[in-house]
Design a protein around this ligand. Structure first.
Ligand SMILES: [Zn+2]
Length: 323
């Protein structure tokens, strides 16, 4: 995950102002959800059991949100995130249409009864993120089985380990009990999930980087031996260590290690040549140094914000610089 400055792309006009598509939808949603809340309160007063998300879903029609998926919104999110998933940094643009993700879920909150979801944020630009379907939809995913040798992990599909239900869907866990409602929208919630436009993911997530045995895992950061709660929850809920992602990151780590070995080898040869008295050798050495710089430029380009898994490459580069 990579920190993204939302100010770099302006809010799509379809979501700006009362008369926009988003503004009109918000007015309609207000009427709908206020009526729903009133009806529920009246039913409870009359002695009916409090509605749960399940009974509500069965009995009543749900509100049809659509402004968030306007083409202009998708375009703006594409631009802001360079066609990459906000959570796992894989490039969705080449494989599947984007899921416009509601950071705070719009229609229900999994595991939280008696909360209709953050419907008043459904058409708010700041609440929207682009997501690949694996991070956004809850489904059974393979997790790598640990500890296995890397070769086995990468090569054999039957080595795929345990399965787990991963993906954010309607989950929005928070620390503490203070959850915002339409009535009290500005309650200071403590989300357990990282929002790359609000938080600095590097404070909560760290890549496992081991030159001798590259394995593309992401781990929570630790402070005083305590793992970051937001990091841990995000890894689990977004499924950041699902097999496909770990394999893809491992592939990149291997590629980076190959390039760094190349740099080391070429560096040794160039040193010898540059130390030689022969002018031709010296010229050769200088040319090899140029080659090294080209390889380094290539690696730095892989860490640019528009590149998939750029935060991993950035972290790897840091270890290169400190060694
Ligand atoms: Zn993703």
């Amino acid at each position: 995950m990579r920190r993204v400055d939302r100010a770099l792309v302006s809010t799509p006009t379809v979501l700006v102002g009362n008369k926009s598509r988003g503004g009109k939808e918000l007015s309609k949603a207000k009427v709908f959800f206020e009526a729903q809340a009133k009806a529920e309160a009246a039913a409870i007063t009359a002695g009916a059991p409090a509605p749960t998300t399940k009974t509500r879903k069965k009995k009543e029609k749900t509100f049809d949100f659509s402004a968030y998926s306007d083409e202009a919104v998708k375009y703006a999110l594409d631009k802001l995130f360079f066609g990459k998933c906000a959570y796992c940094e894989s490039r969705y643009a080449s494989q599947a249409p984007v899921d416009v993700e509601h950071y705070r879920p719009k229609g229900r909150i999994a595991g939280v009864a008696n909360h209709p979801g953050y419907w008043w944020l459904a058409m708010l630009w700041d609440n929207l993120l682009p997501s690949c379907i694996d991070c956004n939809r809850r489904r059974w995913q393979d997790l790598p089985r640990f500890p296995e040798s890397l070769a086995q992990l990468l090569a054999a599909p039957e080595m795929q380990g345990v399965k787990a239900s991963l993906g954010k869907q309607d989950l929005f866990p928070i620390a503490g009990a203070a959850r915002a409602t339409a009535e009290f929208p500005s309650i200071d919630e403590q989300p357990d999930l990282i929002n790359p436009c609000v938080d600095d993911p590097e404070e909560h997530l760290v890549f496992h980087i081991d030159r001798r045995a590259p394995l593309g895992l992401v781990l929570p950061t630790f402070k005083n031996n305590v793992p970051s709660r937001r990091g841990l929850t995000s890894i689990h809920v977004y499924g950041l260590n699902r097999l496909g992602l770990v394999q893809e990151r491992t592939r990149i780590l291997r590629q980076l290690d190959f390039l760094s070995r190349l740099i080391d080898e070429i560096g040794k040869i160039s040193e010898t040549l540059l130390a030689s008295r022969d002018q031709e050798n010296k010229t050769m050495g200088a040319r090899l140094d140029l080659l090294i710089n080209q390889i380094l430029d290539e690696i730095r380009a892989m860490a640019e914000p528009d590149q998939p898994y750029s935060s991993l490459v950035k972290a790897w580069l840091k270890t290169l610089e400190t060694n």
